[in-house]
Design a protein around this ligand. Structure first.
Ligand SMILES: [Zn+2]
Length: 341
């Protein structure tokens, strides 16, 4: 089967990045580089692509507005299209990047260093583009729950918790129902990009229906390396859209299902999932996590160290709600701990 190449446009006023663009190309991915005539780009030049990579500082551009910045390009695109994603590319550090204005125009911000790892970046860009394409293929007026379950590859027993967690306006946007907000041409991405943003910035980031490997391993009473080697959990791994844009994620309800199903079959007395792991999977002491505060076994949650901000497994009773948390219904409460508490 011959497949059409995925097309990316990289706009940058630094001609030496052309090489980086070429390194990203392969049989399936074409990354076009443009560093001249950026001021003449029309919105219709931009809609031919599946994804845009845009440099933030376009200082060398003799544009109508000075200084000319990346968000202006995305603004052009949004005047005619609300579906094509644009990613920011910048050589600056994340803290410098945070000071840029107009970041809401971008779906993602990539560092130059990440882009210069062509093998990884190629896989990620292809996976991301196919995610955006899958969303845009959802037919108008389709059943939103079914469409979303398919996009995310939700296992049966995780569907309820997942579908409850999605705000109604986001569901409506996916199937472009009458209740969905109209395409705005604005940076907030209210349409189907709004759904993509929710998946990439909420579902795949905040512990809730999906968990990172540390959260998942802790939930079943294992340390991460042992968890990742346990085949019984392979089916709980997230493989829906944008699966390659983050580290591995796991369906929480599917993990519980694996544990409790095994518990019933082996006839072991029922208990808590983080306590059952030891007996069910015949774990050594080395393979079980200990609480980062008291050093005892069976920490049930993951919290952030107040000082280092690093996550670790702890007992719930040794942690407190994060004072800086932002509460998202249906997602786990963020908690912090203090060593030697
Ligand atoms: Zn403890």
């Amino acid at each position: 089967m011959t497949q059409k190449k995925l097309k990316v446009l990289w706009i940058d006023d630094e001609d030496k990045r052309q090489q980086d663009a070429e390194h990203l190309c392969d049989r399936e991915l074409d990354v076009e580089f443009r560093y001249q005539g950026i001021e003449e780009i029309s919105p219709h030049d931009l809609v031919k692509y599946d994804l845009l990579l845009v440099d933030y500082r376009l200082d060398k551009v003799v544009g109508p507005a000075k200084p000319f910045r990346g968000p202006a390009i995305v603004g052009l695109l949004r005047s005619v299209d609300d579906d094509i994603p644009a990613y920011l590319v910048s050589g600056e550090s994340p803290s410098e990047r945070a000071k840029f204005s107009g970041l809401t125009w971008f779906e993602e911000s990539l560092s130059l260093r990440e882009i210069q790892e062509p093998k990884r970046m190629r896989v990620r860009l292809k996976n991301d583009i196919s995610g955006y394409k899958a969303i845009s293929k959802v037919a108008r007026g389709q059943n939103a729950d079914r469409a979303i379950s398919k996009l995310l590859g939700v296992p049966k027993n995780s569907q309820k918790s997942l579908l409850e967690a999605i705000p109604a306006s986001i569901k409506a946007a996916v199937v472009r129902s009458d209740e969905a907000p109209l395409p705005s041409g604005a940076p907030e991405a209210s349409g189907r990009l709004g759904f993509a943003r929710w998946v990439r910035r909420v579902l795949l980031v905040k512990p809730g229906p999906l968990l990172s490997s540390l959260h998942a391993a802790t939930r079943v009473g294992m340390k991460v390396p042992r968890f990742e080697k346990t085949h019984a959990f392979a089916g709980a791994r997230y493989d829906g859209i944008f699966a390659k844009s983050h580290e591995a994620r796991w369906w929480a309800s599917q993990l519980d299902h694996v544990v409790f199903d095994k518990q019933r079959r082996t006839g072991i007395a029922s208990g808590l999932s983080w306590e059952l792991g030891r007996e069910l999977f015949d774990l050594s002491g080395q393979e079980q996590p200990t609480c980062a505060v008291c050093g005892e076994r069976y920490p049930e949650i993951v919290a952030r160290d107040v000082d280092t901000k690093k996550e670790a497994a702890v007992h719930q009773r040794h942690s407190n709600p994060d004072p800086e948390r932002d509460f998202t219904p249906f997602f786990a409460e963020e908690r912090v701990f203090q060593e030697g508490e």
